[in-house]
Design a protein around this ligand. Structure first.
Ligand code: NDP
Ligand code: GDR
Length: 330
């Protein structure tokens, strides 16, 4: 039985990846950091199938213990402070988790299981103020946030461990990917949740930042398949994963609101609070290398993704309404 260790398993990608690996017959070990109130929402269905190991990206000895105990064949480093906006008010925490945390994880593998295959969750945010469009593996980086800077460090340290220690270390440069499990602060989920709440009469307006920003948005369930494929190749390498389609935040609003018969212009209020100190104006990926070498393809289109997320948020909010009504009756 093959064994995999996942950091960030309680997050969006970690939960989809754990499901995929369990389906493939892997024994899955999940690194979970200690929190006052544990949050298993994304992994509720598979919680008992995962072997949990306590650890934190800032704590090297806990990571060595995790690699040692799992003796994993494949290590997926998905944990990070992943919200770009939070990286300006918390640059040092972001650097510790998202940059230095990668070295900690690589060190743990080098010390405890150097023949394990390693996946690093790199990001299109590394392209930042893009120097060419579309962006591909060879496009130079120009990060625009403490998060983007930290991811550039994580990317190069992964390449460096591959070249220095001959480790099977891969970096997946993934463009934005979303799902009903996306955190509520990210723009797609913020919009689809607000659409559901406005439709159900629970919210009156939606306060937003830059509507002109453009992103290449895909479905997280499709993207974790690419992570797995990268670790099944003969040679370690880095790959861009994207849809090759770009949309503005405004188009996202139009699609989500019109799906429930509403006009976004009646509800959206621009709030400068959500403008970023330095913006990434556009991201568009060229994933032809992944298509050709990994045979990777996306299944879910942008419109279907947004509809799927609105549907899920409608169901969840209706469920919460029923619950609060029953509490009121009691
Ligand atoms: P999430 O924010 O949903 O999940 C992040 C995970 O990391 C959570 O499980 C969180 O735990 C864990 N974590 C955070 N800090 C630490 C720490 N110090 N020690 C241990 N665990 C920690 O992110 P996604 O699933 O969306 O993304 C996965 C990875 O991919 C991240 O590295 C992200 O930066 C990167 N990425 C994401 C993209 C996307 O569009 N989603 C695109 C490109 C890259 P807890 O549950 O306790 O908070
Ligand atoms: P991003 O995702 O920064 O691309 O990082 P996010 O969804 O936060 O923002 C996308 C774009 O939307 C604009 N925007 C708003 N964003 C948020 N969150 N809230 C708003 O109200 C709002 N209004 C406009 C933003 O300015 C931005 O241009 C995500 C994360 O998952 C990273 O971890 C990952 O590495 C990258 O995607 C690829």
């Amino acid at each position: 039985m093959r064994k995999a260790l996942i950091t960030g398993v309680t997050g969006q990608d970690g939960s989809y990846l754990a499901e995929l690996l369990l389906e493939k017959g892997y024994k899955v070990y999940g690194v979970r950091r200690r929190t006052s109130t544990p949050n298993y929402e994304n992994v509720e269905r598979i919680k008992d199938e995962i072997e949990w190991i306590s650890g934190d990206l800032s704590d090297l000895s806990s990571l060595i213990e995790a690699v040692n105990r799992s003796q994993a064949d494949e290590v997926y480093n998905l944990a990070a402070q992943s919200f770009v906006e939070a990286s300006w008010p918390q640059p040092l925490f972001t650097g510790n988790a998202t940059a230095i945390g990668v070295t900690n994880m690589l060190e743990a593998v080098r010390i405890a299981k150097p023949d394990a295959r390693f996946y690093q969750a790199s990001s299109s945010e590394m392209f930042g103020k893009v120097v060419e469009t579309p962006q591909r593996e060879t496009t130079p980086f120009y990060p625009r946030s403490p998060y983007g800077v930290a991811k550039v460090y994580g990317h190069w340290i992964t390449v460096n461990y591959r070249e220095s220690f001959n480790m099977f270390a891969c970096s997946g440069i993934l463009f934005n990917h979303e799902s009903p499990r996306r955190g509520l602060e990210f723009v797609t989920r913020k919009v689809t949740n607000a659409v559901a709440r406005i439709k159900l009469g629970l919210q009156k307006e939606l306060r937003m930042g830059n509507l002109d920003s453009k992103r290449d948005w895909g479905f997280a369930g499709d993207y974790v398949k690419a992570m797995w494929l990268m670790l099944q190749q003969e040679q370690p390498d880095d790959y861009v994963i994207s849809t090759g389609e770009m949309h503005t935040v405004r188009e996202l609003l139009e699609i989500a609101f019109s799906y429930v018969g509403l006009n976004y212009e009646d509800y959206v209020v621009i709030d400068p609070k959500f403008f970023r100190p330095a913006e990434v104006d556009l991201l568009l990926g060229d994933c032809s290398k992944a298509k050709q070498k990994l045979g990777w393809e996306q299944d879910v289109s942008f419109v279907n993704l947004i509809h799927m997320m609105v549907d899920a948020d409608m169901e969840r909010n209706k469920g919460e309404m029923k619950y609060s009504e029953s509490v009121l009756v009691v």
